[in-house]
Write a protein that binds this ligand. Structure first.
Ligand code: RFL
Ligand code: PHB
Length: 389
């Protein structure tokens, strides 16, 4: 087989990149380790920055999102019952969109199938060869057969545990990592969301987040021990702990009910530099991870894809390699700012196991400053809705 760009990974990064390339007439093949239903069943992100929203619209995939998604022009930050509303519209003139990653992935697959573009599912043992030459290729096993695709470029969109980053020799990459001493226990429940906007809450008992998917589907998270077994948390224990951690007025009115998903996500900050090695480019979780507190994971994946698609279009349409040569620097410049914001939100809103009295006072002072300063609220709003591309 031969194509121009092999995309490893059929998650949001790989699918979005494939869609950009299809629109520009640049031939590509996606290799995905799992089946399509498996990928579609992952419940993850819920908040889209305006840059992500605009990409989906420009690619002709925004219709269902615009119909079924919810525009939010603010969010609530609560600390020990004291609430501040961050007004995105006032500070940034823009909003975020609440639309689940599951839905976006569904729309991206539908778009790809409508274009008749190829996805090869259930591939194993993907290897990347000759990435430093101008004739790279990818090998993989499918249905017991080894196969090879010759190509011009390779996009590593295969998430944190994928093969692409590992294909870059250890001495050619630098990795920066911070693992947080807690996880998030998340549930999806068929109940009306407790509030029309998201509530990020730090309390004496730890962090909680009230989010949503639609008017009858809520997404709630509580900080927990990263080693906890999600099944050991009964529904009742989850609801009790959530109520304990959110402001009283919401604890009193929250609708509890059937829980249809329960899982624990670890919290980690991670960046791999550079994001390019010869003709291999890394995008999304393959290159970087953020703790979910700032809702930046999917959105940083989308900005990487935007830069890479732009670079490949410049190259294929105008023979200009400038974008390709500067991809890593351009992407990393935005990534580090999203890393900083996610780290800051995480530090502000969680209980750390060995937090001293001093650390606690620092958190309180930070929140008190946020509550009293329009400028501090503007900074939070700018980062939350997403920095410009
Ligand atoms: P993904 O989604 O991990 O997709 C990678 C794909 O590659 C496949 N794959 C391989 N294919 C071929 N060969 C291999 N060797 C392969 N290895 C892996 C996998 O099967 C998969 O299909 O990475 P991608 O595309 O970069 O997308 C990243 C996002 O999924 C991720 O950043 C977000 O979900 C993070 N995230 C959030 N991001 C936001 O922007 N806003 C949010 O509100 C938000 N909330 C969250 C989140 C992540 C969470 N968890 C569970 C980690 C909430 C949670 C709880
Ligand atoms: C979600 O709805 O899943 C969600 C929302 C905001 C976050 C993280 C996750 O910061």
């Amino acid at each position: 087989m031969r194509t121009k760009v092999v995309i490893i990974g059929g998650g949001p990064s790989g699918l979005l990149l494939g869609q950009h390339l299809n629109r520009a007439g640049i031939e590509n093949i996606i290799l995905e380790r799992k089946t399509k239903p498996y990928v579609l069943n992952r419940i993850r992100a819920g908040v889209l920055e305006i840059g992500t929203v605009n990409q989906l619209r420009e690619l002709g995939l925004g219709a269902r999102m615009d119909k079924e998604g919810y525009m939010h022009d603010g969010t609530v930050i609560s600390y020990n019952n004291e609430q501040t509303r961050i007004d995105f519209a006032k500070h940034t003139n823009t909003t975020v969109m609440i639309y689940g990653q599951t839905e976006i992935t569904y729309d991206l697959y539908a778009g790809r199938e409508a274009d008749g573009a190829q996805v090869i599912y259930q591939v194993a043992d993907v290897t990347i060869e000759d990435a430093l030459t101008d004739a790279p290729y990818v090998e993989f096993t499918q249905a017991g057969q080894r196969a090879r695709i010759d190509c011009e470029y390779i996009a590593g969109c295969d998430g944190f545990h994928g093969a692409s980053r590992q294909a870059i020799p250890r001495e050619a990459r630098r990795e920066y990592e911070k693992v947080y001493p807690f996880g998030w226990l998340g549930i999806l429940s068929e109940t009306k969301p407790v509030h029309e906007e998201l509530i990020y809450s730090n309390s004496d008992a730890g962090f909680a987040l009230c989010s949503m998917r639609n008017e009858n589907l809520s997404r709630y998270y509580i900080q927990c021990d990263a080693q906890d077994d999600p099944q050991a948390w009964s529904d009742r224990a989850f609801w009790d702990e959530l109520r304990n951690r959110i402001p009283e007025e919401f604890a009193d009115t929250i609708e509890t009910g059937s829980v249809i998903e329960k899982s624990i996500a670890p919290l980690r900050s991670f960046v791999c530099e550079p994001m390019q090695w010869g003709r291999l480019f890394l995008c999304g979780d393959a290159a970087h991870i953020v703790p979910p507190t700032g809702a930046k994971g999917l959105n940083t994946a989308a900005s990487d894809v935007f830069y890479l698609a732009d670079a490949l279009k410049q190259f294929y349409q105008h023979k200009d390699p400038q974008g390709i040569n500067s991809y890593s620097a351009r992407a990393l410049s935005r990534i580090w700012k999203a890393e900083r914001f996610s780290w800051w939100m995480t530090n502000l809103l969680h209980h750390f196991p060995n937090q001293s009295g001093f650390d606690h006072k620092m958190q309180m002072a930070e929140v008190s400053f946020l509550n009293s300063s329009d400028e501090a609220q503007a900074v939070l709003a700018q980062n939350y809705v997403g920095l410009p591309y």
